[in-house]
Design a protein around this ligand. Structure first.
Ligand code: PMP
Length: 337
């Protein structure tokens, strides 16, 4: 038995997350489906990694100085990661968030000491979009930096140098496929690049929610979305700097209902409480596993990302009224009061 890790710096708690074999998804795919437990990060999401790399990069370049402030526009998880990292390093945090994201994420950001600015959800072209608002706040404040997670490639470096080699060594260098959805694209592009560097034959797949434009982009070159999704943190309509050059071999489009099905099954049968992007990722991993098996790779192994904890969505995904109001299936154990 190996001993649990010992660290002398709390920031070393970010990354090196466990990998777990998902029984139901493996059975459904006919091959091994592995989940990278990113909810085990201190901020309970995959975005702690990008936060740490972005802040360290800004410090190394001399842009972020003592007493400085990190400003970011985020669906919430990156903000939570930045707030924790900034606290540990003595910086302040200002977070701009669309006001349709979960209350739990907003409450968490306030609890961590971040200054929270909310804006109405708008299209990226709108100058008041949360990303542009966060850039302006950073520009207007002295000694503040804009983290710019979408186009700052320190984000994907966290995955090229961290997540990908971790998965590779956790699986003893035997992996056939990897897939996840895209918010900034840091995870998909970074893990994809890092894994291809180990073995060019690993099939890298985009898993896109409805409403996002990337499925069409990788299928036929057109940035066009159809439908919509309630999943927070994913669904991209442009090629961010982090996505540029991402080695995508194939793509799947997954509905909220399919994603929620896996969220429910993983909770009831495997004791994992996850957010919807994780459910959508698992649905994509099952589709990729089936594709590899159909292509003759019967003993295929696929890995995906379990992005964040479901505790962040108690008022939404795990709330019967909210689900019913969105016309989504209500988990049967929640009842309908
Ligand atoms: N899932 C959740 C819950 C997220 O918050 C994010 C980040 N916005 C992602 C998935 C996507 O990760 P990335 O930004 O690396 O594409």
């Amino acid at each position: 038995m190996t001993s649990p890790a010992v660290h002398s710096d709390t920031l070393d708690l970010i990354g090196n997350t466990p990998l777990v074999l998902l029984k139901g998804p493996s059975e459904a795919a006919g091959c091994e489906i592995w989940g990278k437990c990113e909810f085990a990060n201190p901020g309970a999401s995959v975005k702690d990694r990008a936060a740490l790399w972005i802040v360290r990069d800004a410090m190394a370049r001399g842009e972020l100085k003592t007493g400085g402030t990190v400003v970011e526009g985020t669906a919430g998880n990156t903000g939570i990661g930045i707030a924790l990292v900034a606290n540990a390093l003595g910086f302040k945090t200002v977070i701009v968030m669309p006001d349709n994201q979960s209350k739990e994420k907003m409450d968490t950001l306030r609890a961590l000491g971040a200054e929270l600015v909310t804006v109405p959800p708008t299209k990226f072209a709108d100058p008041n979009h949360f990303v542009h608002t966060s850039r302006r706040i950073a520009e207007e404040n002295e000694n503040a930096i804009w983290a710019n997670q979408f186009d700052n490639v320190a984000n994907r470096r966290a995955h090229i140098e961290g997540t990908a080699p971790e998965i590779w060594s956790q699986l003893d260098g035997r992996l056939d496929g990897f897939t996840c959805a895209v918010g900034t694209g840091g995870t998909l592009a970074g893990v994809g690049m890092g894994l291809k560097a180990q073995d060019e034959k690993i099939r890298i797949a985009l898993t896109d929610p409805h409403g996002a434009a990337l499925y069409n982009y990788y299928a036929n070159g057109e940035l066009e979305g159809e439908g919509s999704s309630v999943a927070e943190g994913i669904g991209q309509g442009r090629i961010t700097a982090n996505l540029e050059g991402a080695p995508i071999d194939t793509q799947f489009r997954i509905s909220d209902v399919e994603g929620l099905d896996w969220v429910a099954q993983l909770l009831r049968e495997e004791g994992l409480c996850l957010g919807l992007s994780s459910g959508i990722n698992v649905a994509g991993a099952v589709a990729l596993g089936r594709q590899l098996v159909a292509d003759g790779r019967k003993d295929a192994r696929v890995a995906t990302i379990l992005c964040d904890t479901g505790f962040r969505y108690l008022s939404t995904l795990y709330n019967a009224e909210w689900l019913a109001a969105k016309d989504l299936p209500v988990f049967d154990w929640l009842g309908s009061s």
